[in-house]
Design a protein around this ligand. Structure first.
Ligand SMILES: [Zn+2]
Length: 312
């Protein structure tokens, strides 16, 4: 039986596990990343500790999902939440240390491949996987292969503009889809409407401190029939659906998979996204595509890390 170690490197925790060829976790753990140490070496030491904890000599390799841009050689660039995580070969470090094949991939790309191989994309050829959270990450698998682009990782989906005169995005550009569906932007738009006088139970739920409002709270308010919460999700999902109509026309995917905390807003999100895609994408393409929730759950990063090894 083939096995691999999957590493999910986050800004706060490293989640890791030993995973078999069916995507089943045999053993797993979690340790702090120690990013606050401001030392790249300490973070690398933490990853080594994680690997050793689930190590056995028969593994087929180690797959690491990391924030940042990763090139075809395993060099990482531009990960703002990790110390000095820029311009160095992460793959080489661990291949030398453990003498096994190592694959390093951008975390959102890694999740897309994991969902393709073991989760909601199983049995398809072409998928787009979006992770809805603070930002909007994503990955694309075309004909069974991760779309990687010319040199660096392609699929910086969150920073595709949907409105060239639109909202300012954190990346410095204007009108990126992230500025319409990212967590902070959703909350900000709700706060703006409350300040303009919209009545909502969110004010009470947040104990009159609007800074306490979260997407989860907006979902709860929606369940209780709150109009502003409903309007917020419909607006967000319509923006996402319009954006995805473009993606459907561009890539003709079998499935679009929605992952991440905000995807848990539930049926109103999925229904509105589906409806908008069907209204706006080319008919024959939109008829074919399915919009589904991710399946790998909280251990997605671990399973996906291992999937990177099974792809090769
Ligand atoms: Zn942007």
């Amino acid at each position: 039986m083939k096995t691999a170690i999957g590493i999910d490197l986050g800004g706060t925790y490293i989640k890791y596990g030993l995973v078999d060829q069916q995507g089943k976790i045999l053993k797993k753990g979690m340790i702090p990343t120690k990013a606050e140490s401001n030392s790249r070496d300490i973070v690398i030491e933490q990853i080594s500790t994680a690997i050793k904890d689930v190590w056995n000599d028969t593994i087929d390799g180690i797959g690491i999902g990391t924030p940042g841009v990763v090139d075809n050689n395993g060099v990482v660039y531009e990960a703002p939440n990790l110390p000095d995580w820029h311009n160095f070969n992460l793959k080489e470090i661990f291949e030398k240390k453990f003498n096994k094949p190592v694959v390093v991939e951008n975390d959102a790309n890694s999740i897309a491949y994991g969902e393709f191989l073991f989760g909601a994309g199983k049995g398809t050829r072409t998928i787009v996987c979006l992770t809805l959270g603070t930002g909007l990450g994503g990955g694309v698998v075309i004909n069974g292969k991760l779309l990687r682009g010319a040199i660096y990782s392609a699929a910086e989906i969150g920073h595709m503009p949907i409105d060239y005169k639109g909202r300012k995005c954190g990346c410095g550009s204007i009108g990126c889809i992230e500025a319409y569906v990212g967590r902070d932007y959703i909350v900000k738009s709700v706060i703006r409407k409350i300040k303009r006088g919209k009545k909502t139970i969110l004010t009470e739920m947040a104990e009159n401190d609007l800074s306490k409002i979260t997407p989860k709270m907006i979902s709860e308010a929606y369940q209780k029939g709150d109009k502003l919460a409903e309007e917020t999700w419909i607006e967000m999902a319509t923006a996402l659906g319009a954006f995805l109509a473009g993606i459907v026309n561009l890539l003709n995917p079998d499935r679009i998979i929605l992952a991440g905390g905000i995807a848990q807003a539930g049926e109103i999100l999925f229904e509105t996204v589906r409806k908008t895609i069907h209204e706006r994408a080319m008919k024959v393409l939109s008829k074919n595509v399915e919009i589904v929730p991710a399946e790998l759950g909280i251990d997605a990063g671990i399973i996906s890390g291992a999937a990177l090894i099974f792809q090769s």
